[in-house]
Design a binder for this molecule. Structure first.
Ligand code: ARG
Length: 587
């Protein structure tokens, strides 16, 4: 469906043009003063400067033409030249009815669908997921859902950190602990066991121990580096061990991510780009993009006019080892080959900005990325504790994601204790959904780049701008609809003209759904959807306070209200879904 704001803008632009002014001036926006009007156009003021006329004169001439248009109830001018609009109720009702009959709630699918790869999650194999990965997962998931809903072809890739030093650390630590395993015997030519020589719990203990040791002991660090190098150069036993590490880790990661309602289309990682490195390097060398600097092979990516230093892109270190930058560039190479994307969106901690700036510049400069390919870095801020420092456990350690999810779920669970009508398993399922809403909405409602404070009590409150409040509103509507089941089954629900200001506001708020989703897509800003569904839930709750829907005696009115709240529920639920959330049936 055409967006409401576009319908109005087009009409007004036509009239500006008709009166001899540039169309641009006819842009309509939502009203800054909803107490006076619903929409407004400020174009006469800027047109006045260009055409050297009084704004009132321009506004008057345009409004004279707009008077014949039957969708407007009122068009009036306010000094010094604002044009204000109030729509006819019938027009609003028509729009909302159409939206309600559309399963996409008025959101049009893209006519030229783009292929978009969303690189998010970014978990590291052998390390447990921690809160730092939380934001990558939930923001990326939402961006993916929004793009997909608008008809784009989206591919979500977890892009595992599965090739770096952490693997070398684990391998060398395993060597110290279980050195007699065949994986470490270079003269072993038999088959390796199918079963991994460790469980996930052991693995999660081994990595931090190895990492601690390597940090304090240069010899251990050297061993880890050597193991990494040998792995990357194909040492058989290490490759076999690495495959075990991968399999055990991925199984655990999948479970963790699914608890967050996060699902990836691709479980690829840094290691997958390995097979493309040779051909990419040949290409770069053949075209003279590389040079040697202190033994390393680098590509200059600084630009004239840079007001900060962008260091050269490092392709190989002096010992020939590849780096994070190498795998990211080779991954772009691979993705172009395999998926021919129009856009790659990276959802990563904003502290990695320089790294991506280097990778993107390098890809563009070397023509690996053609002009058509948009590379976007969406850097997110840190989730802090109440002390303003990155969120930690009470003991000051890194909080595991699993523990964080449990903490918030338990918090919600205690709140549900008062509701005696819930069975044990219902309460469990509800606290899972509500807890997730608390966590995700608390995160997604912030601007992505900003740091925010994780406040469990505020996030899980059933009142205020929170996920649980929105779920509660959906549950409330569902229960009204259950109460009115008979009428719903017996009659056709049809929207009638609004009987009150708040009812009209509810309808008008609904009309902005498609515009909100498109805006969230254009600006990669899921927080727009958070804002919108909060506003919609609030407006509904005001309407609900004023009207006892289930007891309304005027049947036509009641049926219209039932239709209105059904569309409201569908819209809230669609918004939630785009954030990766769902409402329970009771709460
Ligand atoms: N594994 C990385 C980390 O934990 C994030 C990966 C982000 N994606 C990428 N293509 N570099 O920091």
């Amino acid at each position: 469906m055409k967006k409401m704001i576009d319908i109005l803008t087009e009409i007004v632009q036509d009239k500006f043009e008709l009166m001899g002014y540039d169309r641009e001036y006819g842009r309509v926006t939502e009203s800054d003063r909803p107490d006076i009007c619903q929409f407004q156009c400020n174009g006469a003021l800027s047109a006045a400067k260009k055409y050297r006329k009084a704004p009132m004169q321009i506004a008057n001439s345009v409004v004279e033409e707009l008077k014949n248009i039957d969708i407007f109830e009122v068009v009036h001018i306010v000094k010094p030249g604002f044009i204000n609009f109030i729509l006819k109720d019938g027009f609003i009702v028509d729009y909302v009815s159409k939206m309600g009959n559309d399963e996409r709630l008025g959101c049009t699918e893209a006519s030229n669908p783009l292929t978009i790869i969303v690189d998010y999650g970014g978990a590291n194999v052998a390390k447990p997921l921690h809160v730092g990965h939380l934001r990558a997962a939930i923001i990326g998931e939402s961006i993916k859902r929004i793009s997909g809903f608008l008809g784009h072809k989206v591919i979500g890739d977890v892009h595992l950190g599965d090739w770096g030093l952490q693997i070398g650390m684990v391998i060398s630590e395993l060597g110290r602990r279980k050195g007699d395993l065949p994986y470490f015997d270079e003269n072993y030519y038999g088959e390796y066991p199918e079963k991994a020589p460790f469980t996930i719990d052991e693995l999660e203990e081994i990595y931090p121990a190895a990492s601690r040791l390597a940090k304090s002991n240069e010899e251990a660090m050297e061993e880890a580096r050597k193991a990494t190098f040998e792995l990357q150069n194909g040492r058989k036993g290490y490759i076999a061990l690495w495959k075990h590490i991968l399999a055990v880790s991925i199984k655990d990661l999948k479970r963790n991510y699914s608890e967050l309602n996060v699902e990836f289309d691709l479980w690829k990682g840094e290691s997958d780009s390995q097979k493309y490195i040779d051909e990419m390097v040949n290409y770069l060398k053949d075209n003279n993009f590389t040079y040697e600097s202190e033994g390393a092979t680098v590509i200059d990516v600084s630009k004239e006019g840079d007001n900060y230093t962008v260091p050269p892109f490092i392709l190989f270190k002096s010992d020939g080892a590849t780096l994070y930058s190498t795998t990211d560039l080779a991954t772009i190479w691979e993705r172009i080959k395999k998926y021919d994307p129009d856009q790659i969106i990276y959802v990563v901690d904003k502290r990695q900005e320089i790294h991506f700036e280097q990778v993107f510049r390098c890809a563009v400069k070397t023509n690996i990325a053609s002009e058509k390919l948009k590379l976007n870095f969406i850097g997110f801020g840190t989730m802090n504790g109440k002390d303003g420092k990155p969120f930690k456990t009470r003991e000051g350690g890194v909080m595991r994601l699993q523990d964080l999810i449990k903490m918030i779920k338990d918090n919600v669970r205690t709140k549900l204790k008062d509701n005696k009508s819930l069975s044990e398993s219902e309460a469990e399922e509800i606290s899972r959904k509500v807890g997730l809403a608390a966590l995700k909405y608390g995160d997604l409602s912030n601007q992505i780049t900003k740091d925010y404070v994780f406040d469990i009590d505020r996030f899980s409150s059933f009142e205020g701008k929170t996920g649980p409040y929105i779920l509660y509103t959906v549950v409330r509507i569902k229960s009204i609809l259950v109460k009115c089941k008979e009428q719903i089954n017996k009659y056709e629900l049809r929207l009638a003209k609004p009987c009150s200001v708040i009812e009209r506001n509810l309808m008008l708020t609904l009309t902005a759904f498609n515009e909100t989703v498109e805006g969230a897509f254009q600006d990669t800003a899921p927080n727009r959807i958070c804002e919108y569904i909060y506003d919609l839930a609030n407006t509904f709750n005001k309407f609900y306070q004023d009207n006892i829907i289930a007891k309304e005696e005027d049947l036509e009115k009641q049926l219209s209200w039932l239709k209105l709240i059904t569309i409201t529920k569908d819209t809230l639920e669609m918004g939630l879904q785009l954030l990766g959330l769902e409402a329970p049936d009771k709460m």
